[in-house]
Design a protein. Structure first.
Length: 165
């Protein structure tokens, strides 16, 4: 893929430095790296979002959710021991896998968040990792109504009817 240089566009703009970073990130995407684990992004109401990732066979201590600046990083590192693998699958002691078709490889998934989006929590339930997000718009960025001032009416009212003499 061809690299884009948008620096000429940034000469006359202020505060859009992150756009260049997003273009760099998009140009470095690898299709195979972005397919595991699968995920959904859901909108719940006006300002609430949720990312749901399918992380079958991962325990909470093998997952890490980190927010740094405007980047959300979710990593999974499977602890591979025969006892842990069998215990996790509900197998009895002394039973080994003949075939293991559920992927349990390490992964790193990165999401770019807007300045106004904050991570409010994470929950692992039934093999799905749910990450709750909330958009919090600061008062300074919210639209506000500006009152239009009019000059005060001063003096007497002018009568448009001529007086009879």
């Amino acid at each position: 893929m061809r690299a884009f240089d948008i620096s000429p566009l940034l000469r006359s703009s202020i505060g859009f430095d992150h756009v260049n970073r997003l273009f760099d990130l998009a140009s470095r995407l690898d299709e195979t790296a972005t397919s595991y684990p699968p995920y959904n992004i859901e909108k719940h109401g006006e300002d609430a979002y949720r990312i749901t990732m399918a992380v079958a066979c991962f325990r909470a201590d093998e997952l890490d959710v980190t927010v740094k600046e405007n980047s959300l990083l979710v990593t999974g590192k499977a602890v591979e021991t025969a006892e842990a693998a069998n215990a996790e699958a509900g197998a009895q002691p002394g039973v080994t896998f003949l075939h293991r078709g559920i992927a349990r490889r390490a992964f790193e998934r990165r999401f770019e968040l807007a300045d106004t989006v904050k991570v409010t929590g994470a929950e692992l339930k039934d093999g799905l990792l749910h990450i709750a997000l909330k958009r919090e718009i600061p008062e300074a960025k919210k639209p506000r109504q500006i009152a239009i001032a009019t000059p005060a009416v001063s003096g007497a009212v002018i009568d448009a009817q001529p007086k009879a003499a």
